[in-house]
Design a protein around this ligand. Sequence first.
Ligand code: C2E
Ligand code: MG
Ligand code: MG
Ligand code: MG
Length: 292
Amino acid sequence: CAKQNGRDNYQIFEPAMAQLVSKNIIYENEMRQNLDSPQFYLVYQPKVCLHKSNVVGFEALLRWAHPVEGLISPSDFIPIAEESNLIIEVGEKVINDCLAQLYEWRKQGLNIVPISVNLSGKHLMSNELIPFINKQLSYYGIEGHYLEIEITEGVLVHDIERCIEVMAEIKSLNIKISVDDFGTGYSSLSYLKRLPVDILKIDQSFVQECDATEEDRQICATIINLAQNLDLSIVAEGVERQTQLDVLKSMHCEVFQGYYFYKPMPVEKVTALLSLLCQPTPQEDVAALVSN
Ligand code: C2E
Ligand code: MG
Ligand code: MG
Ligand code: MG
């Protein structure tokens, strides 16, 4: 970049860069204007537990179907939202939509399972998060344990005291906290010990090669061991093959996410999946209900 090319270099004003900056500004404005439109919607990726041979939860992942550019990845639009307070609006939309969806499924008589949402550090640390969650939980009548929060590791190191405080409030609502992409950030183990987190999600970059390279296999084993020692749960994300699953199972990892099981799916498919998981009411019970 400009710095590498010398002190008196003004490449920062290169047209390509200016174009990128203005594109980000355009995206930010478009996001702000359309966040509540159908352009933005959630897909849900199941978390699978082999013991219970069951779907034990979902992760909500945001999608932006841009009218001109097509589907834009959250890896591209979330960083732009994070540059301003827009990321708080994004987080609130996701929380609200998940709770509204849980309310809807419950109304349909389905057995609901917890949904995790990805929140930015800025939102976590803001004063707005806890009152908002509180308000929405009671609005939809959903118990806190049906909501989980995923936070990437990097967030945790900025202001540990504030982090502990907020997480304690989250815990008091019975909401579980996951550390997402674990192993890629720089959170020290002493921080991890002090924070009231419940779950470590092994980053998919380690899972990717855990059946091929010894280093990655060891990293997975170390993270799983650490979780066991700290009494935390483990989720392995990005599982794509049986051979990865075999390695992780041999390390006593129990919850998995990845294309091998399910890709992130639209709400209609989740509804269908939940209907299958639901125990059908025995016929005689139905008859008894009708005759009473
Ligand atoms: P993440 O939270 O670590 O989510 C996992 C990502 O891995 C998702 O990508 C998911 O679709 C993808 N994935 C799941 N299984 C597999 C697999 O087996 N193989 C491969 N190659 N990929 C898999 P996605 O949906 O593109 O999201 C990317 C990131 O964007 C997320 O990483 C999360 O950090 C962020 N993100 C997504 N939705 C939201 C949101 O609503 N709010 C915030 N703040 N961030 C979000
Ligand atoms: Mg996540
Ligand atoms: Mg992740
Ligand atoms: Mg990620």
